[in-house]
Design a protein. Sequence first.
Length: 106
Amino acid sequence: MTNFIGWFAALVAGVTGLAMLQDALAMPLIRSVRGVAQHWARLAALIMITASALVLVVFPSERTATGYEVMLRVALASFMAMQSPCPWWRYVLQGLHRPKARKVVL
């Protein structure tokens, strides 16, 4: 059972990481040195999270973990999912692309 919970947590972390990475790439760069450094640090962290989570999803031999490691994976995956700006399933499936308001002409 812990293998399935760990696999599901890795799947949630991987899918959320892909959605966050897609939104991070669409965000405009801040023109300050600090803003650019933060942007690249965020991209690097998201790439590492997504890659490591998807490795756990694909390769079953890497999923062996103790109960504490599985609890840590579940906590980190749920924390990432709670950081999404709208309901998680909508954020993963659509991203932040919301329909623009129509201009009313009288």
